[in-house]
Design a protein around this ligand. Structure first.
Ligand SMILES: C[S@@+](CC[C@H](N)C(=O)[O-])C[C@H]1O[C@@H](n2cnc3c(N)ncnc32)[C@H](O)[C@@H]1O
Length: 201
């Protein structure tokens, strides 16, 4: 039996009921720091499970060409409403696992925040394979391992940083940076770790 979280109606219900505790209402502070640092030159970026798109719009404002993907109609509607015509984000309503081959090797960056933990753990290997095929050689996977710890069930399903790094390493990624970020939002301090991995040629 597949988990409910594999289906868009599960997420759609949360959006329509206004129960979206993951939504910060603003860009993730750590991503804002990375975007402003100059260490990551603007390029093509895909944001998986983009939700209402705060992080997608952040990077678009910094000159990145951003494609934001989500399968919940209400998340997509919100992204369309909030989209800034001066720094537009391309918005795709689809299941990330159904992104076709035409998207392969198109991106310099893959950004994810609380998408990995939203995915049925049985699909984590598919997720890593998807990340590998979407990125160009040398492309960067930027995300948080969240929530670290122990709790039954999900979503969010617990995520152990070492396990994600190991999984991505099996899919031709190499760890470039990891950090318990000082600017994680207070409720997530110490239960999330920023991880940046590079896809090998
Ligand atoms: C926990 S929310 C995080 C949203 C956003 N990243 C944020 O931090 O506010 C997970 C999002 O991933 C989306 N999602 C989950 N599984 C998906 C899938 N297989 N394909 C596309 N979107 C998916 C959900 O609709 C939801 O918007």
């Amino acid at each position: 039996m597949t988990h409910d979280a594999n289906h868009s109606h599960y997420w759609q219900e949360s959006y329509t009921n206004g129960r979206i505790p993951w939504d910060l209402g603003h860009p993730t502070p750590t991503f804002a720091r990375l975007a402003a640092s100059g260490d990551y030159p603007p390029g093509q970026m895909i944001v998986l499970g983009a939700g209402r798109g705060h992080d997608a719009r952040l990077f678009a404002r910094h000159g990145f060409t951003v494609t934001a993907v989500d399968f919940a109609p209400e998340a997509v509607r919100a992204m369309q409403e909030l989209n800034d015509p001066a720094y537009p984000v391309d918005i795709l309503q689809t299941d990330i696992f159904e992104l076709g081959e035409e998207w392969n090797g198109r991106f310099d960056y893959l950004l994810e925040y609380t998408c990995f933990c939203a995915i049925d753990p049985a699909r984590r290997d598919d997720y890593a394979a998807l990340a590998a095929r979407l990125l160009k050689p040398d492309g960067l996977y930027i995300g948080f391992a969240f929530p670290i710890g122990k709790r039954p069930g999900g979503p969010p399903f617990v995520v152990q940083p070492d396990a994600v790094i190991e999984l991505l390493t099996e899919h031709r990624f190499k760890l470039q940076h990891r950090e318990f970020a000082f600017d994680s939002v207070p409720s997530r301090q110490n239960i999330e770790e920023l991880i940046i991995l590079q896809k090998q040629k």
